[in-house]
Design a protein around this ligand. Sequence first.
Ligand SMILES: Cc1cc2nc3c(=O)[nH]c(=O)nc-3n(C[C@H](O)[C@H](O)[C@H](O)COP(=O)(O)OP(=O)(O)OC[C@H]3O[C@@H](n4cnc5c(N)ncnc54)[C@H](O)[C@@H]3O)c2cc1C
Length: 435
Amino acid sequence: MAIDVTGQDLDALAARVRAWLEDNLPPHWRRAALDGDRHALARIARDETTVRAWHAELGRSGLATPTWPAEHGGLGLAADAAAVVGDELARLSAGRPESDFVGVALAGPTIIEWGTAEQRDRFLRPLALGEHRWCQLFSEPGAGSDLASLATRAERVVPGGVGGRPLTGRPTGDGNWVVDGQKVWSSFSDSADFGLLMARTDPSLPKRRGITYFLLDMRSPGVEVRPLRQLNGHAEFGEVFLDGVVVPDSDRLGPEGSGWAVALTTLMQERSGLSGRPGVGPGRADRIAKRARRTGAWEDPVLRDEVMRAFVAERALQMATVRAFAALGRGEPGAEGSIRKLAYAQLDTSLGLLETKAEPGGAIAWGAIAGDGAASENAEPDAAAASEAFLSSKIYSIAGGTSEIQRNIIGERVLGLPRDKDPYADLPFSERPRG
Ligand SMILES: Cc1cc2nc3c(=O)[nH]c(=O)nc-3n(C[C@H](O)[C@H](O)[C@H](O)COP(=O)(O)OP(=O)(O)OC[C@H]3O[C@@H](n4cnc5c(N)ncnc54)[C@H](O)[C@@H]3O)c2cc1C
């Protein structure tokens, strides 16, 4: 049953959520989080039955998706109140995991904004309850920063077929779509049930105008996922090959040819969501300081100075996020989300390096987390986590749009500087020079 949070101010809301978590989160989970026991938390994360049951409970309470409307499993909270909920969940490592970011933070709001009643009914409730995993199928080998250059093709099935090509054994159906192409860097695509797919439906139009957005069933025949191993040892993203994949027209999100506008909803949510903790209080810099005092690294005045700088940057970003969410209310995030995304990427890079500097052995614990990317049971958990943080510290300067692209957005859309000119802006996509 949904938790009742009507008419509460932010402090009362935090207290209400804390009390609910005290009553409902399994006690061993709560203990592990309060003790900061990384091994115990990793064991809980691997216990699928417990995690699944908890996500269903969280979904029923509305706390997993606090900004969503009540009829779709949310609490209808404004962004600042939702940030308070997120902060309470994060304190106990009880929120939805990073692998659900695409589903909860991107797919949900985009479907709420653009979906038909049928699509909202079909997708939102299972998402809130943690029953469906989602991935984002935007980037391609030739389209990352310049996403509008994507070449994955979706063609409508007309009586008689698709471009004269037979699709043996696949029920097509007039009006449906057949998709061919390749996506890359698609996080958690190997475990996803559905994908947010952008595909070109009309190459005779300029590049942003001929794109359509689909909700792809990842189990459809013709979808092949090949995981890619990353520097940090994980293989959480992959290449996705689409070979004659039939997508029903009922899984098109938004009007045909409006995929760019739909994608902007997703991208704004992504930038705003990739800016760290939505609350003010102890963060990673505080943890590094504590750890450095234990290891003796704190004796180094240069390290102390670096930690203090990171501490100030982290608190400033937390406050900026809280302020941005308060100003946002129930509206959609705008281009200013790029400022926080850029600051977060810079902070994450410096914190990753600092974590290893606080360890007596620097980053040489790497061997302990190689292989499947998970820290081994007998690895020194803080040292292994520090190595992993260092090896992952460039992620946010690339994922969700690179830092250079955020700077372009800030320059053009926040500061009003002249736009980067595209000499081919009005050319049909099919006539644009390649490369
Ligand atoms: C951990 C991780 C997870 C990801 N997950 C997903 C996912 O789930 N789904 C998905 O679709 N994508 C995902 N991506 C892909 C990500 O969105 C792209 O990598 C990113 O947009 C950059 O595109 P690119 O790699 O093609 O680099 P390019 O666009 O080729 O850029 C190369 C370099 O050129 C610079 N550059 C390019 N254009 C400009 C310009 N106009 N001005 C200034 N500099 C410029 C870039 O900043 C960069 O340094 C993920 C990436 C990472 C690292």
